[in-house]
Design a protein around this ligand. Structure first.
Ligand SMILES: [Zn+2]
Length: 449
């Protein structure tokens, strides 16, 4: 088979198992959505290290773990690197997770990218897939580019949480995001040591030696310089995922209180939160000055860390009220607090709703949430992102999201709640046009609606 016939037959084989739309309206809507060049508002795509299939469980890893499998896959790989032997450890738990949405994202990536023609994986499939993937990962950039084009991505917003002060990214595939978590939490270390020694930050600022930050003002000057560098590199937004470390309730700490804490150099737990709160408010004011939307993690956290009570979207209410000129993009449907997430979008012109990761957390919650959003909120405020690490997962999460959106739109068309023309408009807005407008992508990246 030549390359084109081969890819076509792989897509056809995969389609047999990806088709879950159960009627013509849904199939027609999904086909339409597949033709939209996607602006993916949130990814953590990175270069892979040494390939091993079991390092590619994606979010499904958490389901396997919560089902009862050993938590640390890397140490299991060290003990038993062979995929067949690892199936003996993980296979039962993988099978117990076959109904989850994480599994759905995971398997779709294999069906679509590698032509897997089955709904579930067996031990033999894993061995076979492992060989196929290993081959592709010998030239991952080429494989990434092939899938990126084939599944109709236009650009992905890159949140490089592992290297937050890096601006040198591949701008053919990615748009720059400034993940501000380290800049916010870094103020505590700066107040204690009076200097900045973070290598990536020194590198960004072209400094060989530690930077003096003897006062809070000095720290803010440095952060402003950093922000200006990001702006020069066409940053599209700021991203706050501090919910992984602390509560997303950010109180308004005034300058003189923050200065006093910083000057004292003795940082209690309460003072630490106050300094971080001050910094986040400072970044919001800057986001208004530089016209940068602020993406904020709300709801459930990845990775089974037991923190389920710090990220309720309603904790952002005072902040949203205080800065009507800022643009807040709330993430993940606020899952499981989807109603609170939606009502913030309904109430406030400065709140956008991003469905990112919600389809993988629960397809059913995503379908219900999108229905409720469309009932309650104008559809110029909805975006989508994948939120994954490697290209197969991005393809899987996009396929799942198209399925969710097509299902919702078809159900509404059939109820007579939408015409097909408006349904198509909603699809274009969710997967492309809203992001172009909200993040000024025409001005920054020349991307037109
Ligand atoms: Zn993320």
């Amino acid at each position: 088979m030549d390359m084109n016939t081969k890819s076509l037959s792989m897509i056809m084989a995969a389609m047999v198992f990806c088709v879950s739309c159960d009627n013509n309206t849904c199939l027609r809507m999904r086909k339409y959505l597949e033709g939209i060049k996607v602006i993916d508002t949130h990814e953590h795509q990175r270069q892979p290290g040494e390939f091993h299939f079991y390092r590619h469980l994606s979010y499904f890893h958490a389901d396997v773990q919560t089902a009862g499998a050993p938590a640390n896959i890397d140490s299991m790989i060290k003990i038993t690197p062979h995929v067949d032997s690892l199936w003996r450890v993980y296979g039962e738990y993988i099978n117990d997770g076959r109904a989850t949405s994480y599994y759905d994202e995971w398997i779709r990536g294999f069906q679509l990218c590698y032509g897997l023609d089955k709904p579930y994986l067996s031990r033999e499939d894993v061995s076979h897939l492992s060989l196929q993937m290993e081959e592709k990962y010998k030239n991952y950039p080429a494989w990434f580019n092939e899938c990126f084009s084939r599944f109709n991505f236009q650009i992905m917003f890159l949140d490089p949480y592992w290297n937050q002060f890096n601006v040198a990214i591949d701008t053919v595939h990615f748009a720059l995001v400034f993940r501000i978590d380290s800049a916010i939490t870094g103020v505590v270390n700066a107040a204690t040591t009076r200097e900045i020694t973070t290598p990536s930050l020194l590198n960004l600022l072209n400094k060989k030696e530690a930077i003096d930050v003897s006062s809070l003002d000095r720290y803010l000057e440095v952060m402003d310089t950093v922000l200006k560098i990001f702006v020069r590199h066409r940053v599209v937004c700021l991203k706050n995922a501090l919910a992984y470390h602390r509560s997303i309730s950010f109180s308004d700490v005034d300058n003189s209180t923050a200065e006093k804490i910083y000057a004292s150099g003795i940082i209690s737990e309460t003072a630490k939160k106050q300094l971080e709160d001050f910094m986040f408010h400072w970044f919001i004011k800057k986001s208004i000055q530089y016209h940068l939307p602020v993406q904020i993690h709300t709801g459930y956290l990845a990775g089974l860390n037991g923190k389920l009570d710090d990220s309720h979207p309603m904790q952002l209410l005072p902040l949203i009220r205080q800065y009507p000129e800022a643009c807040f993009v709330l993430f993940h449907g606020g899952y499981p607090w989807t109603g609170d997430f939606i009502v913030l979008g309904k109430e406030f012109p400065n709140v956008m709703l991003d469905m990112v990761w919600l389809c993988q957390l629960s397809r059913t919650a995503a379908i219900r949430t999108l229905h409720e959003i469309l009932d309650a909120v104008p559809y110029n405020k909805i975006c989508w992102g994948g939120d994954v690490t490697y290209i197969e997962q991005a393809v899987g999460s996009l396929s799942l999201a198209r399925e969710v959106v097509a299902t919702v739109l078809a159900e509404r068309i059939e109820k007579g709640w939408l015409t097909e023309e408006v349904a198509r408009d909603i699809g274009r807005k969710i997967f492309r046009e809203n992001a172009i407008r909200i993040y000024r992508l025409e001005e920054k990246y020349g991307i037109k609606k």
